[in-house]
Write a protein that binds this ligand. Structure first.
Ligand SMILES: Cc1cc2nc3c(=O)[nH]c(=O)nc-3n(C[C@H](O)[C@H](O)[C@H](O)COP(=O)(O)O)c2cc1C
Length: 203
């Protein structure tokens, strides 16, 4: 391979999330574990950052999305400040993607569709978990799980009102491609007004 060859020669900045979609698909096709796992950094009202992993379960040409408990710490932080930053990394492919954007609560029809597609036990564990609040013992968690198992036995498990998702309207995305000798390749696509620009930066 020509060492000067760019991995990003065909990137169209007006389709900023296209390559992310392709890379996630490639990771899926290769059977890589959790191909859509990303870290999600949020900021609380006092300006403190917090981050954790979530699964990126929605993507289109302008936004990404994930599902969670709407009473969790991450949800409170998003409701307070809206800004998020995420990173995906596929070590087997030597690729990283960083995404910045503004999060808003996901429309309920998208939440319903996703929740109802989940395995029944995952649906029940969403009911059982008061995410981010104190839990006295693991026994209590299992009791809660069994409580909802009994409550909804032989019934469709309804989507809890406290469970939902967020879409992140992306305004900056960086693609990173690992190369020998740390001569990696980085491209930043950023939104200015309604136009996207493309900038190459040093690794
Ligand atoms: C690989 C991975 C994927 C995860 N995906 C999700 C997810 O999609 N949604 C979610 O609410 N928590 C997910 N979690 C758990 C979160 O990392 C976190 O523990 C939880 O959401 C509570 O975060 P919070 O207290 O900051 O709100 C995942 C954890 C791991 C390790």
């Amino acid at each position: 391979m020509d060492e000067y060859e760019s991995q990003f020669a065909t990137i169209n900045p007006q389709q900023p999330l296209k390559l992310l979609t392709d890379w996630v698909q490639e990771a899926k096709d290769l059977g890589i574990a959790e191909p859509d796992a990303m870290n999600l950094a949020t900021v609380d009202r006092a300006g403190n950052p917090h981050n954790r992993m979530v699964l990126m379960r929605h993507i289109n040409d302008r936004e990404i999305g994930f599902f969670t408990n709407l009473e969790s710490n991450k949800a409170s932080e998003i409701f307070a400040t809206q800004r998020t930053s995420s990173t995906l990394w596929w070590p087997q492919l030597g690729r990283q993607v960083r995404i910045e954007g503004t999060a808003i609560e996901m429309p309920r029809d998208m939440v319903e569709e996703y929740y109802q597609s989940r395995p029944r036990n995952s649906q029940l564990s969403a009911w059982a978990s008061k995410q981010s609040t104190e839990l006295v013992s693991m026994e209590r968690l299992h009791q809660e799980f069994r409580k909802y198992e009994a409550k909804f036995s032989n019934k469709k498990v309804p989507t809890p009102i406290f469970w939902g998702g967020f879409t992140i309207l992306v305004d900056k995305i960086e693609y990173w491609y690992g190369k020998p000798f740390r001569l990696h390749e980085r491209i930043i696509l950023s939104k200015e007004e309604n136009n996207w620009s493309k900038t190459r930066i040093y690794p």
